[in-house]
Design a binder for this molecule. Structure first.
Ligand SMILES: Cc1cc2nc3c(=O)[nH]c(=O)nc-3n(C[C@H](O)[C@H](O)[C@H](O)COP(=O)(O)OP(=O)(O)OC[C@H]3O[C@@H](n4cnc5c(N)ncnc54)[C@H](O)[C@@H]3O)c2cc1C
Length: 472
């Protein structure tokens, strides 16, 4: 057993212990004394001079949080620095957990009706060794698809406007420049540059994306984002891609990967995710990999074809794996700002929305209790960590395993090929965090992958023998 394998074993043991014992010591909201009773103001928002909650950033995290807070009857403000419709560099893959929330908001039907989202049916992966499986999901999954492709210029506006319709006060072109807390009044005051208007709120939610300028300014976020990802749209009718969504694993850049995803009107999204873990591939190399893969990875270049009209590369940062702290006195952090991006996939829309909803439900209880002390706000952090955040540790272990043993991905593609679409649907649930990554250790997966791994190793060994015999 080498050092890496020993470390993996120790980390796995530590994680199992942690999973068993983490819930101990979690306090209840009702344990805290009420300092700012809210009973009288609920459902009478206009009588209040301050907001219950002010949210900085109207991305999927902030707007989802605002939607549910407004639905619960609280006076909620969302401040967004840009004006909708506004773009956000993204792979545009919106997976099942986010789709369920969009359906609950009534936004999903609207996007489909307006031809702003494409339901992904055929999809799969190409492994580092060139094995591939492209399956179909509609028949297996029925009503709720595995994923849709929706440009963020449409998605983010639709969610923000749904929150506004629900009663949240949305202010566009309002960039929060500073937030000051008055301890005696228990209120935040929010400022913007070059203007004198301000807003007051009991709780502040930072949903300002991966760089989280505000979270950093408040001293809650203490490190820069971990990585970066590219995006380029490919004009419809100019490429040769037949599927709806395919993930391409290139051996040289593991555990990172690239993906092609089909939008309505045959347009594609081509993006490259740099995932930390490979010392030879750093975020600074993104441009190189973005260009290298589209011409030198045979599977990608074939899918694009020689005539593809590809837009210039755009890029944005990724904050992966969950922050240590996503709360403070009268303040919560949600979405990318809190690092709610899965390190295995670089995807975070679903966690941003799940986190936003979870924050709203938590704040509903906190406002009723009338207490926003740090100790109480910590319960929010424990809740999202329990729901999906602890799983990020497993994602990091899986990333290392993929990087060190790319054959595991070949075995996965072979297993998908043999087991078909139902297995692909379960695989997708693991990859998108709907079920814990540890499910990969269930016999259904581990035995199937183990079998394929053995077959590949034997085939490789026989191939090597043949070559040796030839050269003799
Ligand atoms: C290139 C790329 C590809 C990706 N592909 C996928 C994918 O295919 N699927 C997936 O699930 N995830 C993907 N992700 C991750 C996904 O984009 C994020 O997880 C998601 O956007 C998180 O939403 P959010 O609301 O937390 O942050 P954001 O979407 O970044 O929203 C933050 C909002 O805050 C606003 N804001 C910032 N500062 C201020 C301020 N001071 N005052 C007021 N407003 C402010 C911003 O304008 C923005 O509207 C990708 C990321 C990148 C970079």
């Amino acid at each position: 057993m080498d050092f890496f394998e020993l470390s993996c074993l120790l980390v796995i043991t530590a994680c199992v212990f942690y999973l068993f014992y983490r819930k101990k010591g979690e306090r209840k909201i009702s344990d805290f004394v009420s300092k700012f009773p809210a009973d009288k103001i609920k459902n009478k928002p206009t009588e209040q001079v301050h907001y219950d909650v002010a949210i900085c950033g109207a991305g999927p995290a902030g707007s989802t949080c605002a939607y549910y807070l407004a639905k619960l009857g609280w006076k909620c403000l969302i401040l967004e620095k840009k004006k909708f419709p506004r773009d956000k560099y993204c792979g545009d893959a919106v997976c099942k957990t986010a789709i369920e929330i969009l359906m609950d908001m009534g936004v999903y039907d609207q996007l489909i009706r307006e031809n702003k989202a494409h339901v992904a049916d055929s999809g799969g992966l190409v492994s580092p060794g060139g094995l591939s499986y492209i399956g179909r999901s509609k028949e297996v999954l029925g009503e709720i698809p595995a994923a849709i492709a929706c440009k963020r210029i449409h998605l983010d506006e639709a969610i923000a406007k749904a929150a506004q319709r629900m009663g949240a006060d949305l202010r566009e072109e309002w960039a929060v420049n500073e937030a000051k807390f008055d301890n005696s009044a228990g209120l935040w005051t929010l400022y913007r540059e070059g203007a004198t208007d301000t807003f007051k709120a009991r709780v502040l939610v930072c949903a300002d994306g991966a760089p989280s300028r505000l979270g950093t300014q408040l001293g809650l976020i203490t490190r820069p984002p971990d990585s970066t990802c590219s995006r380029a749209y490919v004009e419809g009718g100019t490429h040769k891609f037949k599927a709806d969504g395919v993930v391409f694993y290139n051996k040289e850049m593991l555990p990172g990967y690239s993906a092609l995803f089909r939008h309505p009107n045959d347009e594609l999204n081509y993006c490259v995710y740099i995932i930390p873990g490979n010392p030879k591939v750093t975020p600074d190399d993104l441009k190189y990999w973005h260009e290298y893969l589209q011409t030198n990875d045979l599977n990608i270049s074939r899918a694009l074809g020689g005539e593809a009209k590809i837009e210039r590369m755009n890029a944005a940062s990724l904050r992966l794996g969950g922050e240590q702290v996503s709360y403070g006195h009268h303040v919560l952090i949600v979405g990318d700002a809190a690092g709610m991006i899965d390190p295995l996939t670089g995807e975070g829309i679903h966690h941003a929305m799940e986190g936003g909803k979870l924050a709203a439900l938590f704040l509903d209880e906190a406002i009723k209790q009338g207490n926003y002390d740090e100790g109480l706000m910590k319960i929010y952090h424990q809740r999202w960590m329990n729901k999906f955040g602890f799983d990020f540790k497993w994602s990091m272990i899986f990333c290392q395993m993929m990087y060190r043993y790319p054959i595991l991905l070949d075995a996965s593609a072979a297993a998908l090929k043999r087991k078909g679409d139902k297995f692909l649907a379960k695989w997708a649930d693991i990859m998108t965090g709907r079920v814990p990554k540890i499910y990969m250790l269930k016999p259904e997966f581990s035995l199937t992958l183990g079998y394929e791994l053995l077959r590949l190793l034997i085939a490789r060994f026989n191939g090597q023998k043949k070559n040796e015999n030839k050269s003799l």
